[in-house]
Design a protein around this ligand. Structure first.
Ligand SMILES: Cc1cc2nc3c(=O)[nH]c(=O)nc-3n(C[C@H](O)[C@H](O)[C@H](O)COP(=O)(O)OP(=O)(O)OC[C@H]3O[C@@H](n4cnc5c(N)ncnc54)[C@H](O)[C@@H]3O)c2cc1C
Length: 324
């Protein structure tokens, strides 16, 4: 097996935040499998963004540059990456599990006669090979998967499964490569990107988040947690039922169908910790949970847990913060 290649996502010169988590995963796999790690960034004029990765412990960063890669297309990305992977005989190819990757990575793997293990949330090494833990059926069950046959092996890493702050620093050189791409190979024409509804709140950059779940019981009780968010200077977020009920706007929903967040502090109030919620907040640096059920799954990911009635605990916390 030759090497690990982490394919990182960027748009307009800004790396997708899950890209660094995928690179952290690649570094960890590399350390455990004793394989060198390379990275690749695709686009047009991507040398500058590739350069921002030069401070990490990777062998080389490939800036895969072509005017036909200026906008994302599944054809362009699959063709360019196939050429890079074949010329470097990559062993493992690691992606962030973004919407874009879900779009083109299965096509790329198939073009090479291989498969993709998607939605990876964990790993271990057995007999010198990687065993990946992936989610199935909307996260209801997990499965261990091992690659069979010849490399390259493709895998995409779910948000929060690896921590970007665990990235090892080092020095890497950037190498620009120009894939052989022709306009007639690109069968879709990307037009302007747009959002159906403008998001007023960007929770992904919040440092402190207080998040409320169905334990709050009714809309009229939301001000109880709102006060805690205010006392901490935190953004208010919620689990899906709270937004589905219209108790808080949709843009405040955290989880697989909401926003993915990674604040310094995530305080989950009356949230059970369903998998669809966890995928959106597992990457938080410190997780504190308040729940009256000691068996609630949220406690499995929490760094600190308070087993208690939120209607007693939250006002007491607000009081203490005000005094502090
Ligand atoms: C396709 C799909 C996508 C989904 N996407 C998302 C998503 O993006 N985000 C998301 O959050 N969910 C999502 N869900 C829903 C998810 O499966 C859960 O149903 C949801 O997260 C549960 O929300 P909750 O924890 O607020 O409520 P519950 O699961 O009902 O938990 C309420 C918790 O409050 C506790 N509690 C009750 N009273 C008190 C009290 N007085 N004091 C303290 N604790 C108390 C209970 O012990 C319980 O643990 C999705 C589901 C599907 C199928």
């Amino acid at each position: 097996m030759s090497a690990i290649l982490a394919v990182l996502e960027q748009r307009d010169g800004v790396l997708h935040r899950m890209s660094l988590e995928a690179l952290a995963a690649a570094q960890q796999f590399g350390a455990e499998l004793h394989l060198p790690v390379f990275a690749a960034v695709l686009g047009h004029g991507v040398e500058a963004v590739a350069q921002t990765l030069a401070g990490y412990d990777v062998e080389k960063i490939h800036a895969v540059d072509h005017e036909l890669l200026a906008s994302y297309t599944p054809d362009g990305y699959a063709i360019a990456l196939k050429q890079l992977i074949e010329s470097h005989r990559s062993g493992y190819v690691i992606f962030p599990h973004t919407y874009q990757v879900r779009d083109f990575a299965p096509k790329l793997a198939t073009a090479l006669g291989r498969v993709l293990i998607g939605d990876v949330v964990g790993h271990r090494v057995e007999n010198g090979a990687l065993v990946l833990v992936r989610r199935l059926f909307q996260g209801k069950i997990n499965a261990d998967m091992r690659f069979e046959g010849e490399p390259p092996y493709f895998a995409s890493i779910q948000a929060g499964a690896f921590r970007a702050d665990a990235l090892r620093s080092g020095t890497a050189k950037v190498e620009k490569t120009t894939p052989d791409l022709r306009p007639e190979q690109i069968r879709t024409k990307p037009l302007d990107l747009f959002r159906e509804s403008q998001r007023a709140v960007d929770l992904s950059t919040a440092e402190l988040i207080v998040s409320v779940g169905r334990g709050i019981k009714e809309a009229g009780n939301i001000p109880i947690v709102q006060k805690l968010a205010e006392a901490l200077g935190a953004e208010l977020a919620a689990s899906r039922p709270i937004c589905d009920n219209g108790w808080l706007p949709m843009e405040r929903q955290v989880g697989s169908s909401g926003q993915t967040v990674s604040p310094k502090l995530y305080l989950a109030v009356g949230i059970s910790g369903a998998i669809q919620h966890l995928v959106g907040m597992k990457g938080s640096k410190t997780i504190v949970a308040i729940n009256k059920d000691p068996e609630a799954p949220i406690f499995e990911v929490a760094d600190y847990g308070i087993v208690g009635d939120l209607f007693e605990v939250v006002p007491a916390l607000v009081e203490a913060l005000k005094k502090g």
